[in-house]
Design a protein around this ligand. Structure first.
Ligand SMILES: [Zn+2]
Ligand SMILES: [Zn+2]
Length: 382
């Protein structure tokens, strides 16, 4: 393997500047190649690298290894972690190299004279012993046939948008073969762009009409082209058993399975332990492709919420909550937020569309664009 300085010059030239990320990425790539027994990675054709972040260091890994997206030897896993897994496809040896979180703080000790933290990291990452910079673990990676460099598959046509799909990326939905964005419900841009679904809490005292409001919002939002999911929070005053004693899924759980899925031709039901109080985010993600999730309950969560109020006497449950977006109530009252009649659902859906879904109001036209719009966190410079 060539020297750190030589590789650093090369990677900085192709990246455009020499930054701390270049130093870290070059060293990470050197360690990874060494661990999987590849001394001269460029042009060796047996190395595949899975990077977990798109930042400066990723360019350095690409420069050192010669792996690239176009050659299908570089795979991008969008995890936001400063880590990469190196796979020798000949020997099947794989290691994951993770940059240690405290390397940043340690950098100051290794470059005491540096003027700025960035400069300190740049100097220190070149000098620090590898065990302070990285944790290196063996990994088990099975690269599927269609993800291997050189794979040639049959191109198929998406039954919805008519565009060609390569590399076995098509999905079967019922009888139809679809591209991934169409399968995710690309009628609205949210699901197509891979953004997380938007969440709104429908909160209020017991028996004020939260479920009724949700029942009215679902068809209204669906008719505007959004895929709607719901979550119901049930307080544990008395336990609810969804699965029936004696069924096969019940027996799976009795035998100790932490998660059980029941799949029928028309429905999927999941049963899962909630001993560690799974977060609302995790529950929402488990719902699959949705644009908006209406959550009944969870009023303590610091998220946008709409409160349903039954009669004139009640003080809003979320009166002091800055996340309160609107109050739904049959009687006129003084509030700091807009109020809506429970049966007048269109103006409330307009508000949700504007404030939660970020669309300027109902146009009557559903979007059908498959262009991937990156979310803010995916734009350069973040
Ligand atoms: Zn950089
Ligand atoms: Zn399609």
């Amino acid at each position: 393997m060539r020297s750190l300085e030589e590789l650093l010059n090369e990677s900085s030239a192709s990246h455009g500047h020499r930054c701390a990320g270049q130093v870290l990425g070059v060293r990470l790539a050197m360690a990874g190649c060494r661990e999987v027994g590849i001394d001269e990675p460029k042009g060796c054709k047996k190395l595949v690298v899975l990077v977990e972040i798109d930042r400066c260091a990723t360019d350095a890994i690409q420069a050192v290894t010669g792996c690239s997206l176009g050659k299908r030897t570089l795979k991008f896993l969008d995890y936001g972690k400063m880590a990469a897994t190196f796979v020798n496809t000949e020997t099947q040896r794989a290691v994951r190299v993770l940059a240690k979180d405290n390397a940043r703080e340690l950098a100051r000790l290794f470059a005491p004279g540096a003027a700025t933290p960035g400069e300190a990291q740049k100097q220190a990452y070149a000098a620090m012993p590898e065990e302070l910079l990285f944790s290196i673990q063996p990994a088990r990676i099975n690269i599927a046939e269609e993800n291997m460099p050189g794979f040639r598959g049959v191109r198929v046509i998406c039954a919805s948008c008519g565009e060609g799909i390569n590399l076995r990326r098509e999905v079967r939905v019922g009888e139809r073969t679809l591209c991934i964005p169409c399968a995710q419900g690309s009628l609205s841009s949210g699901a197509a762009s891979g953004d997380r679904p938007k969440v709104i809490l429908i909160v209020g005292y017991k028996k004020v009409g939260k479920t009724t409001l949700i029942e009215r919002l679902i068809p209204e939002l669906s008719s505007r082209g959004y895929r709607v999911g719901t979550v119901k929070h049930h307080h544990s005053d008395f336990p609810v058993t969804v699965d029936t004693a004696g069924t096969d899924t019940w027996r799976h759980r009795q035998a100790g399975a932490a998660s059980v899925a029941l799949a029928t031709p028309t429905d999927i039901a999941m049963f899962r332990d909630n001993e560690n109080s799974v977060s609302l985010d995790e529950i929402v993600l488990a719902l699959g492709a949705t644009d908006i999730v209406l959550v009944e309950g969870f009023h303590e969560e610091a998220r946008a919420k709409i409160e349903v109020l039954a009669d004139r006497m009640d003080e809003p449950l979320c009166k002091m909550d800055s996340n309160l977006l609107a109050v739904v109530t049959p009687s006129a009252r003084e509030t700091t937020v807009p109020t809506f009649e429970p049966t007048n659902i269109k103006p409330l859906a307009d508000l949700i569309e504007r404030e939660i879904l970020g669309n300027p109001g109902f146009s009557g036209v559903t979007q059908n664009s498959n262009v991937e719009i990156p979310s803010v966190s995916q734009l350069p410079g973040r």
